[in-house]
Design a protein around this ligand. Structure first.
Ligand SMILES: [Zn+2]
Length: 325
């Protein structure tokens, strides 16, 4: 599997397997018009219509009578975080995710026997091909798409190029993981106006890039249901904002971060919906922070009727039980 990924990556631009039908993709470019004080109501509504929240998909009950679904997710951004200026020291900060962070996260998940979803830019997998096999061999985790080099879709400004990058990423992850990824998390949680069309055309079971609700929902586009399940994320339950340099040291305490995660889980438990945690291997994987994951898993495991699942399993379940698209 490692060799397959290496071949896929070294062929680079040679891997052009366009899963999307480009003629079906609206030729909409990245630049969007601002919503100005001169906008009419119709213009306001049209400006927001590309991707909107549709109906909620929370089922009456989760599997086994559980009252909440818990999804642990890990974005393996690693070196891709510094791809714009890939100098040695910064790259080493990302490399930490492969060498220390991911092994620590995987062993913690093993300790609690919890499944997780890993979203992997091909760049990260190319630099550390052993990561995906290490994840897959656990037998309970999921690999999802997270870009070719963690590119931001809204900056590509070319639907054909965006489609090609998506197709390349799907192809490489399929070879590395042994099965086609069923979910996508847009790098930097960034969509262009073409992204939703492209991921629908590519046949994904779900997206996990949006923030309109705390519970699973169907994505609408231009007023119509798309049939695509959204497993929403949120900055509040994302480690990056609290720990990374961009946080300017405003909230560096793992103890404080734990309290926020715990309160978000408690709310989901109370509401009988969904809790999604987003981590990054090179961020949570540090020694003082992995204890937060361990403590949170122990807390959630101590509660009755909690269903731990991959995002793909949740998407499948709500699609069939939640009144689904
Ligand atoms: Zn990312």
């Amino acid at each position: 599997m490692v060799r397959s990924l290496a071949r896929c990556v070294t062929q680079g631009a040679g891997v052009v397997l366009i899963a999307a039908c480009l003629s079906c993709v609206p030729q909409v470019f990245a630049a969007v018009e601002p919503i100005t004080p001169n906008a009419t109501i119709e213009q306001m509504q049209r400006a927001a219509a590309n991707v909107r929240a549709g109906r909620t998909l929370t089922p009456k009950t989760w599997p086994g009578g559980a009252r909440v679904a818990v999804c642990i997710s890990v974005d393996i951004d690693n070196e891709s975080t510094w791809r714009d200026n890939p100098l040695p020291v910064k790259l080493s900060e990302g490399e930490y995710g492969a060498l220390e962070g991911l092994p620590r996260i995987l062993s913690t998940l093993d300790e609690f026997h919890v499944p997780a979803s890993f979203y992997v830019p091909v760049l990260s997998a190319a630099l550390h091909p052993q990561m995906i096999p290490d994840i897959v061999k656990r037998g309970r985790h999921e690999i999802g798409v997270h870009g070719w080099v963690h590119e931001e879709a809204s900056k590509i400004d070319d639907p054909e190029k965006e489609a090609r990058l998506l197709s390349q990423a799907v192809e490489c992850l399929t070879k590395a993981a042994g099965q086609r990824p069923r979910g996508i998390r847009a790098p930097s949680w960034d969509f262009s106006l073409n992204t939703l069309s492209l991921i629908r055309q590519a046949g994904f079971a779900y997206d996990t890039s949006m923030m309109a609700m705390d519970q699973p929902y169907e994505l609408n586009s231009n007023g119509a249901p798309t049939g695509l399940v959204e497993i929403p994320i949120n900055w509040i339950t994302d480690d990056y904002e609290y720990y990374e340099p961009e946080a300017s040291g405003s909230l560096p305490s793992p103890e404080a971060v734990y309290k926020i995660y715990q309160a978000e889980f408690d709310g989901a438990y109370q509401e009988r919906t969904l809790f999604v945690l987003t981590m990054h291997a090179h961020v949570t994987g540090h020694r003082s922070r992995i204890v937060v994951l361990r403590r949170l898993l122990a807390y959630m495991k101590s509660k009755p009727k909690v269903w731990f699942a991959t995002l793909g399993q949740v998407a499948d379940y709500v699609k069939h039980q939640g009144g689904a698209p």
